[in-house]
Design a protein around this ligand. Structure first.
Ligand SMILES: CC(C)(COP(=O)(O)OP(=O)(O)OC[C@H]1O[C@@H](n2cnc3c(N)ncnc32)[C@H](O)[C@@H]1OP(=O)(O)O)[C@@H](O)C(=O)NCCC(=O)NCCS
Length: 220
């Protein structure tokens, strides 16, 4: 169901292997994609999207363009053609009615996930390099209640960090509340997170060739 990066020119090896890893973890009904950010990807922003993104730095616009290039294709595959995904003042992308989705990018890779709203009420995604998280960031992101025992020891902090960002992106469109790391408790062993707003969020992740976490809130 999940296409490879759908790129023309042909997919690069890292895109192919990440696309496969994403396909393996994505819950039923969730379409995912990834794209190494390329020179010129800012030109994939539709005019409404370009106007909604205030950042002037070329790298930031390129990353947002790469993520939307992916999302446009994922949406077209389920019948939503030429849909703009502008950024709301909150930072969250605006999806068409009946669709939930999420975007993320690190310095090199963009990822996107979309699903019809139904069994899944909201989605969040994050991508990170598959490298240990620096200790100072881990100290900011982790709380004593977080559980990561089952995760790869070297990457546990990175997966935890990505989980909290993905959870935030999944929950924000539902609650419209800004959460800090301390407001999200992650149990990677159980594949679940809870927020101070009372949301229960499911988590799946891969670690190679990048750490990607998909967070999803199931309909009650
Ligand atoms: C959402 C946030 C965590 C993203 O983090 P980031 O590392 O800067 O960037 P990422 O590449 O992971 O994600 C960027 C994408 O997140 C999405 N996003 C931004 N704000 C969002 C929100 N409130 N809700 C859902 N998605 C959001 C956008 O699609 C954005 O891509 P775009 O700029 O191309 O449109 C961050 O921008 C933010 O709003 N932080 C405030 C709250 C916070 O940091 N809490 C602690 C973490 S839980």
């Amino acid at each position: 169901m999940t296409p490879a990066a759908n790129s023309s020119p042909p997919d690069l090896p890292e895109e192919t292997s990440l696309a496969q890893a994403l396909a393996a973890i994505a819950p039923y009904g969730v379409r995912t994609g990834c794209r190494l950010i390329r020179e010129g990807d800012e030109t994939h922003l539709l005019p409404e999207e370009a106007r909604s993104i205030p950042a002037r730095q070329p790298a930031t616009r390129r990353a947002s363009g790469a993520a939307r290039w992916l999302a446009h294709r994922l949406l077209a595959a389920i019948g939503f053609d030429d849909v703009a995904l502008p950024r709301a003042p909150s930072g969250a992308p605006v999806w068409p009615d009946g669709i939930t989705g999420s975007l993320a990018h690190d310095d090199e890779m963009a990822v996107a996930a979309v699903a019809p709203v139904g069994r899944i009420a909201s989605l969040g995604i994050d991508v990170e390099p598959a490298q240990p998280l620096p200790d100072d960031i881990l100290a900011l992101a982790a709380t004593p209640a977080d559980r990561t025992d089952a995760a790869d020891r070297h990457l546990a902090g990175r997966i935890l960090f990505a989980s909290k960002e993905a959870v935030y992106k999944a929950v924000y469109p539902l609650d419209r509340e800004i959460l800090g790391y301390e407001d999200i408790t992650v149990d990677l062993d159980a594949g679940r997170a809870t927020t101070k707003t009372g949301r229960k969020v499911s988590l799946v992740y891969c670690v190679a060739p990048r750490v990607v976490v998909l967070a999803f809130v199931e309909a009650r």
